[in-house]
Design a protein around this ligand. Structure first.
Ligand code: ADP
Ligand code: GLC
Length: 479
């Protein structure tokens, strides 16, 4: 089974969020099941070093106003097809945003070019390899199903679009369609049009053979105006082709027993050693010694993540004798607010604004609980890392957070299924209550250990979902 993945990020090479983790992990889980996945990715500066070790498989004299090369390379157990187009991708800073924090002015070309090249690979193949399935991720790859349909190739691959976050849709002026030779007949609400614009994600949803998203609950939420972000009608129309497949995590990259970023490794049987990580982490965040739980946050700081609610309830957290270590970056106002909170609660609240992959591992290894109070969350990965590290998740009941964490109650304690604490999305009072409940549970050391062990037993790898993807690929090939 030959499968082409098309995506804008891939761990460990280039990452701004969970999309990268997923793209870097699923192909490795599919390989033993017999799927040969190649990942088409822009050759951003972070990839230039490995680019030089690859083999040229195609070249373009002019790909949207500049020359480009397609290079095949193996790295970190992944098969990559890197699109080297310096005029589009060789830029310092963020892969999506310019120095002023705005989207790059030519993102329609940067990711449209990626979609164009994916279509060429679907038609011609590369180095004697032609995909039977083209699986595209998020808006950056969303045009591919439409371009494949327009191409009229003799044997088109089946197409799947996966929605990792419907908040990002890739909307551009309708005239942008001229660059991709999209005829006006596709300017319809069943087609590629979204309120007068060309929608890259919309095009994927309209023309792909199947649509998936990253949790069963989010698949249901997408059908509603509250979560569909204007696309709920499209999801409803395609409900029969829509499924929610829960994300897993890379169990090798995230393993408290072998994690090189921890001060001390540990297992479910040696959880006492987690305290050493906590001490190191407290030092990194200038926190004083405390008997209460240490909560952490590792997150983009955006409206989605609901961390403004956490700011509201911070006094309660501190009054309960708990502490907070936050690693994150994003919205400048929220960054400033957390810096201010750190000053106000010196020694109890520590804040590091920035992006630090290594530190994110120590945060999971050294904290007692991880807060994820999102307003919506397609899947969420940090709560899964939390489960694996015995760092109990405190989550809002939305999307994948609701699907992966079981609230502590007398019944779930008895059934040995309790793994964390629930609160209502967008509700500060409910978050406050969940934090208080976490502090109470933490005070009962025996109970806390039981909960940690329940969490660490959860099957958070790709064993469940990789076969589900494979079954979907097979179904599409048989259709
Ligand atoms: P999203 O993709 O919406 O940002 P996820 O929970 O799916 O949310 O994935 C976020 C990923 O990015 C996780 O791997 C998390 O550890 C990582 N991450 C987020 N913020 C930071 C940060 N400031 N430093 C390091 N890693 C981060
Ligand atoms: C998106 C979502 C997140 C999900 C990730 C990977 O970034 O916001 O919830 O875990 O994609 O699918």
């Amino acid at each position: 089974m030959d499968v082409l993945y098309v995506a804008s990020e891939c761990a460990p090479f280039v990452k701004t969020g969970g999309l990268a983790d997923v793209i870097g992990a699923v192909p490795k889980a599919l390989a033993p099941l017999g799927a040969d996945v190649k990942i088409l990715l822009p050759a951003y500066p972070a990839l230039l070093a490995i680019l030089n070790t690859g083999a040229l498989v195609a070249s373009y004299d002019d790909l949207f106003d500049g020359p480009a090369k397609l290079v095949s390379v193996q790295a970190e157990g992944l098969d990559l097809l890197l699109l080297d187009a310096p005029h589009l991708y060789d830029r310092a800073g963020s892969i999506y945003l310019d120095e002023t924090g705005q989207d790059w002015h030519d993102n329609h070309l940067r990711f449209g070019a990626l979609c164009r090249v994916a279509t060429d690979i679907a038609r011609e193949g590369v180095a004697d390899w032609t995909p039977q399935i083209t699986h595209v991720h998020d808006w950056q790859a969303g045009l591919v199903p439409l371009l494949i349909e327009l191409d009229g190739m003799a044997k088109p691959p089946a197409t799947i679009v996966t929605v990792h976050n419907v908040a990002f849709q890739g909307l551009f002026q309708w005239e942008t369609k001229n660059l991709f030779n999209i005829p006006d007949e596709h300017f319809t609400s069943e087609g590629a049009e979204y309120w007068g614009q060309l929608g890259f994600l919309k095009a994927g949803l309209a023309y792909a053979d199947a649509i998936t998203t990253v949790s069963p609950t989010y698949a249901r939420e997408l059908l509603t105006p509250e979560f569909g972000m204007g696309l709920e009608g499209v999801f409803q129309a395609r409900q029969d082709d829509l499924s929610g497949i829960i994300n897993g995590i890379d169990l090798d990259a995230w393993n408290p027993k072998t994690d090189p970023h921890l001060a001390k490794s540990y297992t479910a049987r040696s959880l006492g050693r987690k305290d050493d990580n906590r001490a190191v982490l407290a030092g990194r965040f200038s926190l004083t010694k405390s008997d209460g739980p240490l909560f952490c946050v590792v997150s983009r700081l955006t409206e989605q993540k609901g961390l403004d609610l956490l700011l509201e309830v911070l006094p309660t957290l501190v009054e309960n004798g708990a502490q907070l270590a936050l690693l994150g970056s994003g919205d400048p106002d929220m960054e400033a607010a957390f810096r201010e909170a750190q000053k106000q609660h010196k020694g109890q609240v520590g804040v590091i604004i920035g992006y630090d992959e290594n530190l994110s591992h120590l945060m999971q290894g050294g904290s007692d609980a991880i807060l994820v109070p999102s307003r919506f969350e397609p899947c969420g990965l940090t709560q899964l890392y939390g489960l694996r590290y015995g760092t109990l998740p405190v989550v809002a009941t939305t999307g994948g957070l609701a699907d992966t964490v079981t609230d502590v109650s007398p019944e779930t304690i008895k059934a040995k299924t309790a793994t964390g604490f629930h609160c209502e999305p967008g509700n500060a009072a409910s978050l406050r209550h969940a934090i208080t409940r976490t502090c109470e549970a933490y005070a009962d050391r025996d109970l806390w250990r039981v909960l940690q062990r329940n969490a660490m037993r959860q099957p958070v790898g790709w064993d469940g979902s990789a076969p589900t993807y494979l079954a979907l690929y097979k179904k599409l090939l048989e259709a």
